[in-house]
Design a protein around this ligand. Structure first.
Ligand code: ZN
Length: 217
């Protein structure tokens, strides 16, 4: 018998009132634990804050995905920009963080390249002991609300362990999330909450990825 395909689900850009609570209900019905890569700006509102706390209390991991989600870190070399985007968000996450602090850079629609991190941002991730997490599947739920399920299933079938990026924002994965989970159930996947080494840039501040040279020139 072939070993089960492993899948780590992640939800980026929330929390979003009206969306994230429904994602949480669907995940808990499937007894699935995931990671929410949240935006600092969304934690400034009481509604967003409450949703992050609820996700945390249900066993999901709360991770950092920048403050403004505006300009990719690699396009802005200044250290102060990196500090605001990363540290201000981490401060808002506060006690909801894992002991291992996870950060995922934004921008480029899933492409891996020098837009992801500036040298200053990398230095901050190293000094702060962050684990920098990329992905292996970006099926595009925010731009193709129907087609993303097929793409994500194909990605899962093609690898031993897939880290899937979905979005708990309006007009993204929510309507077809139950169908996606049904498809994964029929593939008998093993859900994992942790991340395989091949999607990490740093682990606890140490650079672990050979892809670092594609990101930092
Ligand atoms: Zn994002």
């Amino acid at each position: 018998m072939k070993p089960a395909k492993r899948v780590t689900l992640t939800f980026d850009n929330g929390p979003t009132p009206g969306v994230t609570e429904r994602v949480l209900d669907i995940l808990s019905a499937g007894k699935i634990h995931s990671t929410f890569f949240v935006l600092g700006k969304n934690l400034e509102s009481p509604g967003g804050r409450k949703l992050a706390a609820r996700a945390h209390s249900q066993g999901h991991w709360i991770a950092n995905h920048s403050f403004t989600h505006s300009e990719p870190l690699g396009d802005r070399p200044d250290a102060e920009y990196a500090r605001r985007e990363i540290e201000d968000t981490q401060n808002l996450i506060g006690a909801l963080a894992r002991p291992e602090k996870f950060f995922r850079p934004m921008g480029g629609g899933g492409l891996i390249g020098p837009h992801l991190l500036s040298r200053a941002a990398l230095q901050l991730l190293q000094a702060g002991g962050y684990t920098c997490v990329l992905w292996s599947s970006v099926p595009g739920d925010w731009k193709d609300q129907d087609g993303w399920v097929e793409k994500a299933v194909a990605d899962v079938a093609a690898r031993d362990w897939t880290v899937v990026v979905l979005h708990d924002v309006p007009n993204a994965c929510l309507p077809r999330l139950p169908e996606f989970l049904d498809r994964l159930e029929s593939l008998q996947v093993e859900y994992r909450q942790d991340f395989p080494e091949d999607v990490l840039i740093t682990r606890r501040g140490e650079v672990v990825s050979p892809r670092i040279s594609q990101i930092i020139a």
